[in-house]
Structures are given as structure tokens and as C-alpha cells.
Ligand binder design. Sequence first.
Ligand code: HEM
Length: 397
Amino acid sequence: MGTPPAFPLPRTCPFAPPPDYARLRDGQPAFQVRLPTGALAWVVSRYADVRALLADPQVSADARHPSFPAMGVGERETAARNRPFIRTDPPDHTRIRRMLQAEFTARRVRDMVPGLTAFAESLVDEMIATGPPVDLVSVFANRMSTATVLNLMGVPTDNLEFFRDVTRISGGRGSTAEEAQAALGNMFRMFNELIDRRLTEPGEDLLSRLVVNHLATGAVNRQELMSTIGITIVAGRETTTSMIALGTAVLLENPDLVTALRADPALLGPTVEELLRLLSVADSIPLRVATADLDVGGVRVPAGDGLILLLAGANHDPGVFPDPERFDPHRTNRHHVAFGFGIHQCIGASLARAELEISYEVLLRRLPDLRLVVPVAELELRNDSATFGVEAMPVAW
Ligand code: HEM
């Protein structure tokens, strides 16, 4: 094998995985790449392999492994130090995830729908009051996703940009360990004060329940609680922001579907699933390490090596999703892995689906002439962050 190619590979079209993924998938089931940190890791891009490895107990998500394949030095060191539960293994992972599980049930999410809809409507009211053009990313998508997760947690929503910056710096591939830890430190200081207040004056929010039922009983310590709140906010906002913005762009490029959606709201659910598959914005979030020698489709991955399980690769495997680059809400196979698979599968998936359905529905209903101001090919793509997205998306109506 020659020199390992550099990874991550950039996307050139916002609606499709990096073009090289198809070549990787057709060439070898597992392929060694060089990360920006200088480390080597294996990328896996076939659907069956990605799913099997996500469910394999011989594959660890623990960021403390020396070859954990973080894309940036900052991300690697802060993940190993703060141990957000997305980057841990059982039994720690099981203990923390159980504590949150009851808060993310389909029923809880259903109860949130009226509030989420009213909030989306209020954002569109503001867009209308400002007048076109507006940047859909900052004015709608970022606020919708960030305020939702902060409200759920019981964290004040008066500075949404602060959380956008923390996510950017802590997950940014170019951030140093000091920069990433300083950004997270600012957020943890805020949580520390909120926790102190909840210990004496608990309210009705998720943070209060975590403090009363889990911190005060000793089931988790303060550091674990802070990194759990932090990762839930970070994981919940950037992904959903990207999906709201890019999903809207895909819809606007498919006017026949928009007409069909307006006539038949039942199409909204399948449309959201297809957008999740097509865009696969959390493509390279599942980072792992082999804890035993593995056979990935005939390729030997030695114990101790880093693994990147490409969700966009899996979701565009033509053997599973024929003509994968085509946007087709009528596909019969809905078993995409946009939310991952196995024990770390996204805990916020039901909430994310609700946010997406509500966002698309409200935008299309309230702004019948919604359109992109610049052609899709001219959107500035964000390839340097854990979640793929666009920097800005000016729209008019
Ligand atoms: C469309 C939006 C979203 C996408 C595409 C997405 C994607 C993902 C993926 C792929 C994983 C698994 C990562 C891995 O296996 O290493 C994950 C985990 C996670 N997500 Fe999401 N997510 C979204 C929205 C949300 C929301 C709204 C929340 C919370 C409010 C959330 C909270 C989490 C948490 C806490 C984890 C870690 C779960 C664990 O390790 O057990 N996500 N997400």
C-alpha cells in the first residue's frame, strides 16, 4: 500500500459525501488514512461493516486510548480529559446514558411539540419583521437548535452565540488543546453556577432532575454531570443546525416535492428520514479504537488501531441505497445510520426529528416564496468541524 491519503476529505457538493468515499468503498473495505494530528487511522465506509463495528463490543469509544482518532489535537486532549459519555465505554457509558434516557422518550418529545412550533413561528415572525435577505443559519437554524436543547436542560438562552462558539472551538480541527479546554472551561463555569443554584432551589427542568436525583445521591460526580450537560448541548445543536439549513436548501431545490409536502403533510416524516440519510452531517463523529484484532471485510485491523466509521459512506452505499445521491423520500429502505447505531446511537434522535419536521413545515408554510439568494454551488461549506455544514445561507421570500 502507498502513502496513506490525508483525512478528512472535503465535500465539494453540500448534498453529497466527499467524492472520494465512493472510490474508498469500491476499493478496500478498510483504508488507512493520515489525520491532521499526524496519527494513522482506518476509515470504514461500507454499510454492513459500519453497522457491525458500531455494534461490536471489541470496538471502544474511549478517548483515552493513545490511538483514539480525533481529527484535532484540541478535541483529542479535551475528550480524554473531560470524558463526555459519547467517548466512553460501558459501564461508565451505561450509567450516564441511563440517567438521561427518560428525558428523551418519544412521549417527552411529543409534549415539547407545541412549544417548539411556537418558537419556530416566532423566529419566522422576526425574519418577516427584518425583511429579506436573511441568513437562515444564524437567524433560524442556530437559534432553533440551540434554544431547544438549552430550554430542555434549563440553561439560560440569552447568549446562543456563546454555545455556537464553544462548539466550534472545542470541536474545531485546528484548535489547540489550550483553546479547546478554555472554551469548554467557560461553559463548565456557567454550569457550575447553575448546579449550585439547583442544589438549593430545584426547578422543573432536566438539570434540576439530574442534580436532585443523580448528583445529590452520589450516582454521578460534578465533573461527570458537567461534561454530560456539555456534550448533550454540543451534540444536539451543531448537527441539528446543519440539518435545518441544508435540508431546507435541498427542499428548495426540489419544488415539486415542496408542492407535494404542502398538499400532504404525511410526506414530512419520510422526507426528514431521506434528508438525514442524504446529508449525513454527523459523518465522522463515530470515532473508535479496535481493542482486538478485527477482520473488516477481509482487511486485518490490528488491536489498538483507530477506526473512523463513516456514516455518509454507509448511507451512500449503493448496494443498500440504490442511486444513493438521488434525493427520494419514497425509498423503502429507511435503515440509515445518520444517528449512528449500537449503544451510542443518538439519544436525541426523536427530538431532532421533531425539530426538523417543525422547522421545514413552518418555513414552507409561512414563507411560500422562500428561495436561496445564492446558487447552491456558491454556498461556503464548513469542512473543518466535526459536523458538516454551511457557514451561512442567505434566503429571501
Ligand atoms: C439531526 C440531528 C442529529 C444528528 C445527525 C445526530 C447524530 C448523532 C450520532 C451519529 C451519534 C452517535 C455518535 C457515535 O456513535 O460516536 C449521536 C450521539 C449523541 N447525540 Fe445526536 N444527533 C443529532 C441531534 C441530537 C440532539 C438534538 C441531541 C440532544 C438534544 C443529541 C445528543 C446526542 C448525545 C448526547 C449523543 C451521545 C450518545 C451516547 O454516546 O450514548 N443529538 N448523535
